[in-house]
Design a protein around this ligand. Structure first.
Ligand code: NAI
Length: 245
């Protein structure tokens, strides 16, 4: 129970990797606020099964007023925010020549601006408490690129730069900021890939299998805990060895 009585926010926690992170942080003892555009009923039920408190808030992370309201509500309920996991993310893939401006904007808004808005909103309570953990879910695509994903790769590379800059800004306040770069993880986002695409990807993964949302959640739990007190500004790849720096 490394997070006993802490309060953690997980954006995009209604399903997939965000749901696994929310559940894992709850199992470590944290109260969880899930902020998602879709209902988070399943995640709340899973967390409550483990005897932890969960609050589901309907939030579009691209809207500053909704983000601020959510943070106010969480502070009113629990009086503290220890951990923020910026997990919500989307893809709108296309070759650059065919990419619509609206698909560029939407991906950058959700994946990058959403993390900016949420991080800004939680910083005051974290600075006051002189402690905090911000964990950004990036992607190996932000490190290695991927054809058809210029918008997504730019957003995830941006998130890694954001992580390093914010880590430097708030280190003296006792707040750490790190990224996780998942590789190929089983989820709704990757279910849409064809068998051929899957095989081509697996051929590049030294560990030879698809990752699970729980693999990402385990690293998030570590970064959220005191075990990671001396780790900041880092990007941890959870990718079966796909990218080795
Ligand atoms: P997912 O599509 O299953 O879940 C994303 C969640 O974010 C959904 O619950 C969705 O409702 C929510 N969301 C989307 N737009 C939102 C908005 N504007 N405001 C609030 N919530 C919003 O995706 P998955 O696979 O669980 O991915 C989670 C994160 O991990 C994303 O940032 C993704 O880019 C990243 N990732 C996923 C990989 C994979 O293989 N699945 C690989 C690398 C990174």
């Amino acid at each position: 129970m490394r997070l006993a009585n802490k309060v953690a926010i997980v954006t995009g926690g209604a399903r997939g990797i965000g749901q696994a992170i929310a559940l894992r942080l709850a199992k470590e003892g944290a109260h969880i606020a899930i902020c998602d555009v879709q209902p988070s009923t399943d995640t709340v039920a899973l967390i409550e099964e483990h005897g932890q408190a969960a609050l589901a808030l309907k939030v579009d992370i691209t809207k500053e007023s909704q983000v601020k309201e959510a943070v106010d509500e969480i502070m009113a309920k629990w009086g503290r925010i220890d951990v923020l996991v910026n997990n919500a993310g989307i893809t709108r893939d296309n070759l650059l020549l065919r990419m619509k401006e609206s698909d560029w904007d939407l991906v950058l808004d959700v994946n990058l601006k959403g993390a900016f808005l949420f991080s800004q909103a939680v910083l005051r309570p974290m600075i006051r408490a002189r402690q905090g953990r911000i964990i950004n879910i990036a992607s190996v695509v932000g490190l290695m690129g991927n054809p058809g994903q210029t918008n997504y790769a730019a957003s995830k590379a941006g998130l890694i730069g954001f992580t390093k800059s914010l880590a430097r800004e708030v280190a003296s306040r006792g707040i750490t900021v790190n990224s996780i770069a998942p590789g190929f993880i089983a989820s709704d986002m990757t279910d849409v890939l064809s068998e051929a695409q899957r095989k081509a990807l697996m051929d590049q993964v030294p560990l030879g299998e698809i990752g699970l949302p729980e693999d990402v959640a385990a690293v998030a739990a570590f970064l959220a805990s005191d075990d990671a007190r001396y780790v900041t500004g880092q990007t941890v790849n959870v990718d079966g060895g796909l990218v080795m720096d």
